[in-house]
Design a binder for this molecule. Structure first.
Ligand code: 13P
Ligand code: SF4
Length: 346
C-alpha cells in the first residue's frame, strides 16, 4: 500500500513538474519529507516559500506555516495544506481578540511605556498583523533573541506571545531574566495589569504541549544510561530543561549539530519524535537517541499531514482541481507581511 501511494505521488509530481514545490517541516513523517523539495525549520521554510516560483506550494507543516507562506508568496501562487486539521495548539492559545483586550489593559497600566509586541511564528495571521500595527514583528526559535534586540532598540518593553518558554529562554539568553512577568489570559488573578506592566518582558502564558513534557529527569536518565551523551533540546522546552541540556536551538540547529557530530558521538534529542527518527536515518554514524523514549513526544498537529492526503491534493491538481488552499484575508495579509518582513530583515 505504501509503495502504491509513493508511486501515485511520484506520478502526480512528474505530471505537475515545475508547477509544484513541496516544503516539509522537520517534524513531518518520513513519507512526507521524502517527497519534499526542501526540508527545514519554520524560518528556513518561510525563506524557501519567499523564493519559490512554483504555481503551487504544498506545505508539509501546520496552518500557521502555510499562512505565512501565503503571505510571503505572490498573489498568483497557491499554498496548499494537505490536511486542514493540521493546526498547532500553541498558535490557538493567543487569539487576536484576546490579545487585543490584554493589550488595552497593559498599555493603559503603563501609559508612558513604549511596548513592542513580538509574536512567535507559531501564531495566526491576524495576530501577526496586530503586532505589525503596534510596531512589532514575528520571530522564530532561531532568531527570537534578535527580535528582542530589535524591539529594545525601538521600545522599552516587550510583550512576547504565545510561547512563554521560548520567551523565558530568550530573556535568559539576553541576561534579562529578572525582568520577566507572565500574563495568564485564562486566570483572572494572573492578569494584574499594573503589576505586569512594571516588568520589561511580559510573557503570554502559552506553551507547546509536546515540548512542555520534557523534564530534567529525562536528561539525568539519558546521561546515566549513556555516559558521554550530549543533550540538545528545542527552546520551547521549560527553562530548567534548557538549562540542564548542553545545547538548545531551533530544529535547524538540532539538525546541524547532529550533522557536525563526530562518528560515534551520542546526542539525545529533546524535540518532536519524527525529527529524532529522521536524524537517526540521516546520520547512522552518530548515536542519536530520543530524550524521552518515543511514546509521548509526537505532535498530533504535524501528524495530520498523512501521505494519503498528499497523494490526493497532488492528483487533484493534475485534474485541475485545487483543494485546501490557505488564503489569508486581504485585510490581514499586508500587515502580517510587514511583521514577517521585519523578521526576514533582522
Ligand atoms: P522550528 O521553528 O524550530 O522549526 O520549530 C517549529 C515548531 O513548531 C516547534 O515546535
Ligand atoms: Fe505546535 Fe508544538 Fe506541534 Fe510545534 S510541536 S507544531 S509548537 S504543537
Amino acid at each position: 500500500e505504501a509503495k502504491e501511494r509513493t508511486d501515485r505521488i511520484e506520478a502526480a509530481l512528474a505530471e505537475l513538474g515545475d508547477d509544484v514545490v513541496i516544503l516539509g517541516h522537520n517534524y513531518q513523517r518520513r513519507e512526507i519529507v521524502e517527497h519534499a523539495d526542501f526540508i527545514g525549520d519554520s524560518y528556513q521554510l518561510s525563506k524557501e516559500a519567499a523564493d519559490a516560483d512554483a504555481e503551487y506550494v504544498i506545505f508539509g507543516g501546520v496552518t500557521f506555516m502555510a499562512e505565512s507562506a501565503d503571505i510571503i508568496t505572490d498573489d498568483d501562487q497557491s499554498v496548499i495544506l494537505p490536511s486542514m486539521e493540521a493546526s498547532c495548539p500553541m498558535a490557538g492559545m493567543a487569539e487576536a481578540l484576546q490579545v487585543d483586550s490584554a493589550w488595552a489593559e497593559i498599555t493603559a497600566a503603563a501609559p508612558d511605556a513604549n511596548i513592542i509586541p513580538i509574536t512567535y511564528m507559531n501564531s495566526y495571521a491576524d495576530l501577526k498583523a496586530f503586532c505589525a500595527s503596534q510596531g512589532g514583528l514575528v520571530c522564530t526559535s532561531s532568531n527570537a533573541h534578535e527580535a528582542f534586540e530589535y524591539a529594545f532598540e525601538r521600545g522599552d518593553k516587550v510583550l512576547f506571545l504565545p510561547d512563554k518558554h521560548l520567551g523565558e529562554n530568550t530573556a535568559h539568553r539576553l541576561g534579562m531574566e529578572d525582568e520577566i512577568a507572565e500574563w495568564d489570559p485564562w486566570d483572572p488573578e494572573g492578569k494584574d495589569a499594573e503589576e505586569v506592566a512594571e516588568s520589561d518582558i511580559i510573557l503570554w502564558d502559552g506553551y507547546c504541549q509536546v515540548h512542555e513534557r520534557f523534564r530534567e529527569d529525562h536528561i539525568e536518565q539519558v546521561r546515566e544510561a549513556n555516559p558521554g551523551a550530549k543533550v540538545i533540546v528545542h527552546p520551547e522546552c521549560r527553562r530548567e530543561v534548557v538549562e540542564a541540556a548542553d545545547v538548545a536551538g531551533s530544529t535547524a540547529t538540532i539538525c546541524e549539530t547532529v550533522a557536525n557530530a563526530d562518528p560515534g558521538d551520542t546526542w539525545a534529542i529533546g524535540t518532536e519524535i519524527h525529527l529524532t527518527n529522521h536524524l537517526q536515518r540521516w546520520h547512522p554514524e552518530v548515536n542519536v537517541l530520543p530524550l524521552c523514549g518515543d511514546a509521548c513526544m509526537d505532535c498530533n498537529a504535524m501528524r495530520q499531514i498523512d501521505p494519503n492526503y498528499l497523494a490526493w491534493v497532488l492528483e487533484e491538481l493534475v485534474e485541475g482541481r485545487e483543494h485546501n488552499v490557505i488564503e489569508v484575508a486581504p485585510e490581514e495579509k499586508e500587515l502580517a507581511g510587514v511583521a514577517l518582513d521585519r523578521m526576514l530583515e533582522i
